[in-house]
Write a protein that binds this ligand. Structure first.
Ligand SMILES: C[S@@+](CC[C@H](N)C(=O)[O-])C[C@H]1O[C@@H](n2cnc3c(N)ncnc32)[C@H](O)[C@@H]1O
Length: 275
């Protein structure tokens, strides 16, 4: 392995630190933004067959647990478990849970690689925002191990909902030509930063592993924040083979709006069903 396999565990160390939200209003607005961002995924999960039952959901790399709170808000969550390694995000999730009195949401501060899967009879497992892509750089065997655990813990017909970033051909060309690709993004007015610069560079072309450096410029005179993470891009063929090997059928979508995936799609959503 030619990269730092611990990088992802520390990447989000200060993200969503409560000190970022100086007033109750800024915290309220930011939580509203997180719930708004979760609408398409929560709607998608709400449309999965569930025989009028509430769902038992496990999310890996759950961040602020925003999706679990969005599912709870819709009244379709029986129990939700979120596994997240960043202490600041875990604390953010816990404060939010207290304010919502959401005692059916369980925020677990843990590295997925160290997590003991112990909750049985799960209806849905969630790895969105490229969560599976973050696991391979920690340990190339981890994705298969996690999928095997989920195969054991899901009910028959249970689903894994996964979301992956796609690497457009033009970006590959830029990286082959220039060794990296940079983009500027303007933050939403409720974000703690005004602008972010993202730089992606290849670390292993054979396994499609890339390092992303994000530089966040705060709205105040506070120093900029730098975040580095490593992830793997999966092709649909590679994913199908991985999922088939551990007993799942897979269906692809191009968005959480549920349109079919095509090579022109901007995102890749994979829904794996336990055989
Ligand atoms: C792109 S974020 C997505 C988070 C979540 N979906 C959200 O929107 O808040 C990736 C998250 O995965 C977490 N993460 C990365 N590797 C992890 C690991 N091995 N175990 C647990 N969490 C991990 C990071 O700390 C980060 O919060």
């Amino acid at each position: 392995m030619s990269w730092d396999s611990t990088l992802n565990l520390a990447a989000y160390a200060d993200v969503e630190a409560e000190s970022n939200y100086a007033t109750p209003e800024s915290l309220r607005n930011y939580r509203a933004l997180l719930l708004q961002k979760s609408v398409p995924v929560a709607d998608f999960i709400g449309r999965l067959p569930r025989k009028n039952r509430k769902l038992h959901v496990l999310e890996l790399c759950s961040g602020s647990s925003r999706l679990l709170y969005a599912l709870n808000e819709r009244g379709i969550l029986a129990e939700g478990y979120g596994v997240e390694v960043s202490q600041s995000r875990h604390e953010f999730a816990e404060t939010w849970k207290k304010d919502l009195s959401a005692c059916n949401v369980h925020n677990l501060l843990c590295d997925v690689g160290e997590y003991h899967f112990r909750h049985d009879r799960l209806d849905v497992a969630v790895l969105i925002d490229g969560a599976l892509s973050y696991l391979y750089p920690c340990d190339p065997k981890l994705p298969t191990r996690v999928l095997c655990e989920l195969q054991n813990r899901l009910v028959a017909g249970g689903k894994i909902v996964m979301e992956f970033d796609l690497l457009p051909k033009e970006h590959v060309e830029v990286m082959h030509r220039e060794g990296r690709r940079r983009t500027w993004n303007k933050g939403d007015e409720r974000d703690a930063f005004g602008y972010a610069l993202y730089q992606v560079e290849p670390v292993d072309w054979d396994h499609m592993v890339f390092q992303n450096t994000s530089i966040y410029l705060p709205r105040t005179t506070a120093p900029e924040k730098v975040k580095q993470e490593i992830y793997k891009y999966y092709s649909t063929q590679e994913l199908a083979a991985l999922l088939d090997e551990v007993g799942f059928d897979v269906e692809y979508f191009g968005s959480f709006g549920a349109e079919a995936y095509t090579p022109q799609s901007k995102a890749l959503i994979a829904v794996a069903t336990k055989r």
